[in-house]
Write a protein that binds this ligand. Structure first.
Ligand SMILES: [Zn+2]
Ligand SMILES: [Zn+2]
Length: 149
């Protein structure tokens, strides 16, 4: 098994909704180090109270840090998790699209179902079989894995 039990995630794993919030925070940050919870609420089209509730859950799981009146930032753990999920999604989608001749929209939907629980080994093998692509068919960047150069 690779590093420090980071690949095991039983009780503390995120729900699908929490992952959506984590991804939203990541996307909103894009270079900044903090994002307002109002921005998160707007992006998710929910009330401030709902956004705060989910951000609170993410904080309990060590994924974000909240600063009163200022907003939220991603922790190192949160950033690692969001990168892992994005990589899983995009590698899987690219693989299915290219080798299983599935339409891109179907491929993307299937990727959303499995992105959280794909074993790193499988994703790395798919990535190698694809020749370590830099982008998915949507032209979004694929974060590199252990064996990508
Ligand atoms: Zn994509
Ligand atoms: Zn690779």
């Amino acid at each position: 098994m690779p590093k420090s039990g980071a690949s095991k995630q039983p009780s503390k794993s995120l729900t699908g909704k929490e992952v959506e919030y984590l991804k939203a925070v990541f996307k909103l940050l894009s270079g900044r180090d903090m994002v307002g919870s109002l921005e998160v609420a707007d992006a998710m089209r929910v009330s401030c109270a709902t956004a705060s509730e989910y951000l609170g859950r993410l904080e309990e799981k060590g994924m974000v840090k909240r600063y009163r009146w200022r907003g939220v930032s991603l922790t190192e753990k949160g950033l690692g998790e969001v990168n892992r999920i994005i990589r899983n999604h995009r590698v899987f989608e690219t693989y299915v699209y290219r080798f299983l001749s599935m339409g891109l929209q179907d491929a993307c939907e299937c990727a959303s179902m499995v992105e959280q629980c794909l074993p790193e080994k499988i994703v790395d093998s798919m990535c190698s079989a694809l020749g370590h692509p830099k982008t998915c068919p949507h032209r979004n960047h694929i974060p590199g894995g252990r064996y990508c150069c």
